[in-house]
Design a protein around this ligand. Structure first.
Ligand SMILES: Cc1cc2nc3c(=O)[nH]c(=O)nc-3n(C[C@H](O)[C@H](O)[C@H](O)COP(=O)(O)OP(=O)(O)OC[C@H]3O[C@@H](n4cnc5c(N)ncnc54)[C@H](O)[C@@H]3O)c2cc1C
Ligand code: SF4
Length: 448
């Protein structure tokens, strides 16, 4: 049977083989030298720069842009990476449209900010290409040992910060590869050519970080053992759970967690091997929903629809991301909630939705129903923290770990950061900042 985008059911290889590289190429071309110079020249090098204040890691934005203008790539990368040791991946995945670029004063005059994200990527990419002598070296050994559990952006940033300060770090992760969602979660077209692992290799090259993959807290190692054997512990466990869709799920093939689908794509030896439906329905309204929907389309699905229970302004995917989905042929339907998953002969055939509206501040169903055909339904209604590996040792609230601003938990030897910590925005750059600040706090505590 000849398979293409219109073939019913769920199939791999819906597209001609040469189409995949094109579909999954870098979503934003890098700037070349001339473009970088022109863009750098648009910066006013503001005093008390609002872009720097808006960056969760406080990168000296005017400083690194000036160094690009002066052809000083190493100096520019130094400013970026000393504030944000994952500045390369953040340049690719940060929602700059709601962070530094939203704050740029160029918005007022021209309605177009300096392209800070692209300039950051230019500086870090050029630096990683040439590298040369190490940018950072380890301080003299302190003889103190810290366990970092979870090697996502938070854990990696914490491990790097501690190693720089001279502490010995043991970095553990349940997964076979380091990186957390940088490796298993971000859309393929945001981080191409194995960039996430290249940056991690650079980060580990500082030395003093022993890596233990396939090591799960709660199974292979326990928190009370770590607090006994190490001087301090940092937890960067992310959100390992997936929220339920809230309606009965029939025993039928074709219903998947969007994060699991995205991870399969990121780890696939070839995109053509990943099966996708002819008609895909994604339930949710965040970045995960957008990434899963766009990538389904890029795999050759004929129709992909995101269905969200509220309006566009309420979606946690930014306006930029919603546009990106639509530009890639994804249809977004608002004000509808799933009521039933329809199945026949052990396979999903569609989803019945109920229309919603807000009345008196409450989300209500109108009683009207509609059905979308689907041979795959991707659930993207958010992730949750799995606290079970902690036992009952730490204070939790709203299902996440309670910390102070420095990441200190209710246990004096344990710090936490990133998505597992209460009160964050669940962004890569913020997880990096949590890890960085916790490293400084641990250092202060161990030096006291
Ligand atoms: C699909 C998707 C797309 C996203 N896209 C973006 C984006 O474009 N831009 C952006 O800024 N943010 C994005 N985010 C959010 C961003 O990825 C997270 O905020 C960030 O990765 C959080 O970092 P973290 O270190 O806290 O956790 P994670 O990256 O989740 O890392 C946690 C690590 O802990 C490990 N771990 C968990 N439990 C255990 C255990 N018991 N024992 C040992 N190890 C354990 C995991 O294996 C993992 O490696 C996205 C998230 C998702 C799900
Ligand atoms: S706000 Fe804009 S113009 Fe001012 S320093 Fe930042 S990037 Fe440059």
């Amino acid at each position: 049977m000849q398979i293409d985008s219109s073939t019913p059911g769920v199939h791999p290889a819906r597209l001609p083989l040469n189409q995949y590289d094109h579909n999954f190429c870098d979503s934003h071309a890098s700037l070349n030298l001339a473009q970088a110079k022109i863009e750098a020249d648009r910066c006013y090098y503001c005093f008390d720069a609002p872009c720097q204040t808006a960056c969760p890691t406080g990168i000296d934005v005017p400083g690194f842009i000036r160094r690009i203008a002066d052809d000083n790539i190493r100096g520019s990368a130094d400013l970026i990476l000393s504030a944000n040791p994952l500045g390369g991946i953040c340049a690719r995945v940060c929602p700059t449209e709601v962070l530094c670029e939203q704050a740029c004063v160029r918005n007022t005059g021209e309605d177009k900010p300096v392209e800070i994200g692209l300039l950051q990527r230019y500086a870090t990419d050029k630096f990683f290409e040439m590298r040369g002598a190490p940018l950072f070296t380890r301080a003299a050994s302190t003889g103190r040992k810290v366990a970092v559990v979870g090697a996502g952006p938070a854990g990696l940033a914490c491990a790097h910060g501690l190693a720089r300060l001279g502490h010995d770090v043991v970095l553990m992760d349940a997964n076979p590869k380091l990186g957390g969602l940088n490796e298993y979660g971000l859309a393929t077209y945001k981080t191409t050519n194995g960039f996430a692992q290249k940056e991690i290799d650079w980060l580990l090259s500082i030395g003093g970080i022993e890596v233990r993959n396939n090591t799960r807290l709660g199974t292979n190692v326990q928190l009370d053992t770590l607090t006994r054997e190490f001087d301090a512990v940092f937890l960067g466990l992310g959100l390992a759970g997936v929220n339920a869709i809230g309606i009965e799920e029939p025993q039928a093939a074709g219903v998947r967690d969007a994060v699991e689908f995205i991870a399969e794509l990121r780890q696939a030896r070839a995109y053509s091997t990943v099966p996708v439906g002819r008609k895909v329905v994604v339930v949710g309204g965040g970045m995960t929903a957008v990434d899963a929907a766009v990538q389904s389309k890029k795999l050759g699905a004929q129709s992909v629809t995101i269905v969200y229970r509220r309006g566009s302004a309420d979606m946690s995917a930014s306006g930029y991301e919603q546009d990106w989905a639509q530009k890639n042929g994804v249809h977004i339907r608002h004000w509808a909630t799933p009521k039933a998953l329809l199945a026949e002969s052990g396979r999903i055939t569609g989803v019945q939705f109920g229309y919603t509206r807000v009345e008196g501040g409450k989300l209500l169903e109108t009683g009207e129903l509609f059905t979308l055909e689907a041979d795959i339904v991707l659930k993207a209604i958010g992730q949750s923290f799995v606290a079970q590996p902690l036992g009952s040792t730490l204070e939790l609230r709203q299902g996440r770990i309670v910390t102070d601003d420095e990441g200190r938990t209710s246990n004096a030897k344990v710090w936490a950061g990133g998505d597992c910590r209460l009160g964050g925005r669940d962004l890569t750059v913020e997880a990096v900042e949590h890890g960085k600040v916790a490293a400084q706090s641990i250092h202060a505590a161990l030096s006291a």
